[in-house]
Design a protein around this ligand. Structure first.
Ligand code: ADP
Ligand code: MG
Length: 268
């Protein structure tokens, strides 16, 4: 059987607290090819972050395996970098130092100090943060903090970039701007990306494929949608594009007709 770059095979996840077990995921199967941009979309609480954390190696699946580039994932590793919604920059370090801390660790033996310095600058330049190298997180905006988080993740040259609602906390304009930047960077670097989102437009605009998850408990992958839109993609042109709107409609229909969220409060 041909193997893919990243494979999630028969993953299930149960959380047990005391004598209460919740079955969060079951039968999650996904194959991702190198260079693909995959979005995972689903209602809040269905288990998206759990999937990502299992791929990151932060959580151990109850059953099933994750295989990345032929190796089973059992713990966190620098071949997978994670960017969260709430930027995880160290507040006492500058923008430059926040990227340097990862670069100096990962490339300690493979790059000289001068090469590492250039590499840090290059990655910060890629996200347009060269102007704020010596600022601390408290001195820059939320969008800028996400940029630095992305620069740090990219600088690690991960096999797979894991993004957990990376633009979720940003205002609409900043979000659009960052999405465009990520598309530009992706066209250049051809990273393999697994991104969680609950934003339908974001999913269609950025992805090669959209993985749609069913509601929990025992959530799984309901449908996978191929997004066959040429790149580079322009949000303004696409707004009137029938193919774009067709994809958009399919995701909306999955989320709001097939997987209509059951309001727990209404039952209780
Ligand atoms: P999503 O990212 O789709 O919003 P999560 O993956 O964060 O959802 O959570 C899925 C479900 O698993 C939720 O019901 C959540 O309460 C539960 N869950 C997540 N992490 C834990 C944990 N460490 N212990 C117990 N339950 C958890
Ligand atoms: Mg989540």
């Amino acid at each position: 059987m041909a193997s893919s770059y990243l494979q999630i095979e028969q993953v299930a996840m149960d959380f047990t607290r005391g004598d209460l077990t919740s079955h969060v995921l079951q039968n999650v199967n996904l194959k991702v090819e190198r260079g693909e941009y995959i979005s995972i979309i689903g209602h809040s609480g269905c288990g998206k972050s759990t999937v990502l954390n299992i791929v990151a190696g932060l959580l151990r699946a109850t059953s099933g395996v994750v295989i990345l580039d032929g190796r089973e994932v059992n713990d966190p590793g620098s071949d997978r970098s994670l960017v969260f919604q709430n930027h995880s920059l160290l507040p006492w370090l500058t923008v430059y130092e926040n990227v340097a801390i990862a670069v100096n660790k990962i490339f300690k033996h493979s790059k000289s100090a001068a090469e590492r310095h250039q590499w840090i600058l290059k990655n910060l330049e890629m996200v347009n943060m060269s102007h704020a190298l010596h600022k601390r997180p408290a001195e820059i905006s939320g969008g800028m903090k996400q940029r630095v988080g992305i620069a740090r993740a990219l600088a690690m040259e991960p096999k797979v970039l894991l993004l957990d609602e990376p633009f979720g906390a940003l205002d609409a304009l900043t979000r659009a701007h960052l999405q465009d930047e990520v598309m530009r960077i992706q066209s250049e670097l051809k990273n393999t990306v697994l991104m969680i989102t609950h934003d339908v437009d974001e999913a269609v605009l950025l992805s090669d494929r959209i993985v749609m998850m069913t509601n929990g408990p025992s959530a799984t992958i309901g449908e996978i949608l191929d997004i066959d839109l040429p790149r580079p993609r322009n949000r303004i042109t696409l707004a009137d594009d029938p193919t774009y709107n067709h994809y958009r409609h399919q995701v909306l229909s999955f989320l709001y007709e097939k997987q209509r969220r059951v309001d727990v409060a209404a039952i209780a």
